[in-house]
Design a protein around this ligand. Structure first.
Ligand code: SF4
Length: 331
């Protein structure tokens, strides 16, 4: 099939949650099923750019993410699933790009400015953190990806990738196609406390959470704050539990719940009890696949090794072309 290459990645900072499932994985799987040549990467160097003082669990996290990828529907026989640092050509291309990227391009990156403000506890005054999007450009361009499925928050990084590709092409000749973003349709899924779902807020539902843990988390979920008494009418629009119903429950039932909530015919406790059951049943398939992988960790690493081989083959070809364009042909 002569379809464009696709690349995307996630930083291994722990197991994946339902935000990752609806915000990325489902879309990645869809693209795989449509027959694109997909590369899905565990971006351990990108994780290191902010977590460099606490790297002890990086291997464990990479393994968790790999298991969640596969359990979530990525098929290692069709998609190339790999760990970034196992394909050293990414770092080589990153270095070459770092020679041609003007520092102001990086300093005015809104993601950089925002993260540096927010993550004050970490010292992010590093060379590598400033160059985060340069590495991301290398990830994408080394596979000459035409499409990059990402969330809105990553758009500035993709824009930089496009600018870097253009600059390289201008300086050394047409080498890289200019990639396009494929934005994920699903709006952001709130955490159980209605803030952004994030490990640091302790408000996530993980794909690997046991049914009891899921039911417990859902039962404690934030609901419509204006609904104080059982007899008060609810406002599903502002209730995070209702957003979850729309994702995990059947369409018909969602319509009914909306009416029952507005008419105070259902209480929040019962509503969330039903939701807990729906979430558990929705995740059942993913969880049974994941358990199987947890029992066969060797298989997980075999898949990542196979991904490394497939990825490196292409990455090495691109690097050969890149160096020869620059004039570094030393054989
Ligand atoms: Fe939210 Fe359900 Fe309560 Fe309505 S009944 S406010 S949808 S939890």
């Amino acid at each position: 099939m002569n379809k464009k290459n696709i690349l995307s990645g996630m930083r291994p900072t722990g197991p994946l949650h339902i935000g990752h499932l609806f915000g990325a994985l489902k879309n990645w799987k869809k693209l795989q099923d449509e027959g694109y040549n997909c590369f899905y990467m565990i971006a351990d160097y990108h994780a290191m750019s902010t977590e460099y003082t606490s790297m002890e669990r990086i291997k464990e996290y990479a393994e968790e993410v790999a298991m969640d990828f596969i359990a979530g529907g990525l098929d290692p026989n069709r998609s190339t699933i790999f760990v970034q640092s196992m394909v050293p050509e990414h770092t080589e291309l990153h270095l070459i790009f770092s020679m041609i990227v003007p520092i102001p391009w990086l300093e005015r990156n809104p993601v950089y400015k925002e993260q540096k403000k927010q993550l004050i506890a970490k010292d992010l005054n590093t060379y590598g953190f400033l160059g985060y999007p340069v590495l991301q450009a290398a990830d994408i361009l080394i596979y000459k990806a035409g499409y990059v499925p990402i969330g809105m928050d990553q758009l500035p990084h993709l824009e930089l990738t496009r600018e870097i590709a253009q600059r390289f092409n201008y300086l050394y000749g047409e080498t890289f196609p200019i990639p396009e973003a494929l934005l994920t349709e699903t709006p952001k899924i709130p955490g159980t406390d209605n803030r952004k779902m994030s490990k640091s807020y302790n408000n996530c539902i993980y794909l690997k959470d046991s049914p009891d843990v899921i039911k417990d988390k859902v039962s404690k979920m934030f609901t419509d704050p204006k609904r104080i008494y059982r007899k008060d009418p609810g406002h599903p629009k502002t209730c995070p539990a209702f957003i979850y119903h729309k994702l995990f429950n059947s369409e018909d039932r969602v319509g009914e719940i909306e009416k029952e909530c507005k008419g105070a015919m259902i209480g929040c406790t019962d509503c969330k009890k039903e939701l807990g059951i729906a979430v558990v049943s929705y995740l059942e398939g993913i969880q049974s696949k994941r358990k199987e992988l947890e029992r066969n960790r060797r298989e997980v690493w075999d898949i990542l090794k196979k991904g490394e081989t497939k990825a490196r083959k292409i990455a090495m070809e691109t690097m050969k072309e890149v160096k020869s364009r620059i004039g570094m042909k030393y054989e």
